[in-house]
Design a protein around this ligand. Structure first.
Ligand code: ADP
Ligand code: MG
Length: 344
């Protein structure tokens, strides 16, 4: 029994922030120059390792800012976790087919953006996927659901039956048995909100990383941007490419952390909403956007769309870039990133 919020493996995408922290090592809690202090802290939240780096004019402000950011993530976890029976989303799910549930602006925002992400990714992203995610329980049961089992769930994976009433501030799932799962977008949103908390608490720069969902603001003391490594989807621990970020979010969806293998076939946690089988067209999708909510929502949706259609979408969106590793291991880089990424 585990209590992961977003059903995340503890095999976090270590690479992304471990590498960032190594860039910062030697300055944790120590003034790196006359003007600023860098504090880095980590704890388990939302079922994953959360690392927060705060840059401020004094150690006490940096510590307070990091604390405020962790507190904000905990608050969102209590709204959005489907592992917490009293959370707003759990109440929405428990009321499926019965009645609308009044929710906070935060929950409403996540679900609204998720519906928009579904439209943008041609249904690749679909938060109504909950019953299928449960049927697979990739990390818990490691069993392959039968086709008839999945067929029975298919009518429940119906985004048209997710009713968001902005005026009443309610969410209603129209069919009994439906369940929404924000595991594919909620950590990106939490990173955005935690960065706002850092800023409001007086930090002048910082990074919030919920495993592979990372949001940066400002620059390192000394003026350098925050370096982030993109994990290679097949060579565990090795970096595919480096990118420097400033006031941007980066998020990776991959088939290499939460999976099991049976007779040479890899079964992982990103499902194609049409087949309800693990999506097969990519190994990993990394998206860079201004906001974490878009980076996270789009990485999962593009993973389902595949490299060709996914890259077309990225090229059409302003301020969105991507590195896509397709199912054969070929690496596709969006035009706006070609001059920005560095090979290790
Ligand atoms: P991670 O959780 O590893 O950061 P993702 O952002 O790709 O990676 O989210 C994967 C999670 O999203 C799954 O664990 C599941 O809860 C949910 N999910 C799976 N398939 C889909 C899908 N097609 N659309 C929306 N959410 C999905
Ligand atoms: Mg995602």
């Amino acid at each position: 029994m585990h209590s992961n919020l977003f059903n995340e493996s503890l095999h976090f995408r270590a690479c992304l922030l471990t590498l960032l922290c190594s860039a910062l090592s030697g300055c944790v809690g120590i003034p790196p120059d006359q003007e600023s202090v860098v504090v880095t802290r980590a704890q388990m939240q939302m079922g994953t390792l959360v690392k927060i780096t705060a840059v401020a004019r004094s150690e006490s402000v940096a510590q307070a800012a990091a604390t405020a950011a962790f507190t904000e993530i905990r608050r969102l976890e209590e709204l959005l976790s489907t592992w917490i029976p009293t959370s707003e989303l759990s109440r929405v799910n428990a009321s499926a087919g019965i009645m609308p549930v009044h929710v906070s602006p935060e929950t409403l925002t996540v679900v609204q953006r998720a519906v928009q992400a579904a439209e943008m990714t041609d249904g690749g992203f679909n938060i109504a996927i909950g019953p299928a995610v449960d049927a697979w329980s990739v990390m818990e049961s490691q069993r392959i659901p039968t086709e008839s089992e999945l067929d029975a769930l298919r009518p429940l994976v119906d985004l048209q039956a997710v009713h968001v009433d902005v005026r009443e501030q309610t969410i209603y799932l129209g069919k009994a048995g439906m369940r929404i799962d924000v595991g594919g977008i909620g950590k990106g949103y939490a990173a955005d909100q935690a960065v706002d908390a850092l800023r409001k608490a007086g930090a002048i720069a910082g990074v919030v990383a919920l495993s592979g969902d990372i949001k940066t603001f400002g620059r390192l003391p000394g003026g350098k941007m925050f370096p982030v490594g993109i994990q290679h989807p097949r060579n565990y621990g090795s970096v595919l490419a480096w990118i420097d970020l400033e006031n941007e979010a980066i998020s990776t969806a991959g088939d290499y952390e939460r999976f099991f293998e049976r007779e040479g076939v890899r079964y992982h946690h990103i499902l194609d909403p049409r087949t309800l089988q693990p999506a097969r067209s990519c190994q990993s999708v990394t998206v860079i956007a201004r906001e974490g909510i878009w980076a996270d929502g789009l990485d999962t949706g593009i993973f389902v769309m595949g490299a060709e259609l996914g890259m077309q979408l990225v090229e059409a969106l302003p301020d969105v870039e991507a590195v896509i590793v397709d199912h054969e291991g070929h690496v596709h880089v969006s035009s706006g990133l070609r001059d920005r990424i560095r090979k290790p």
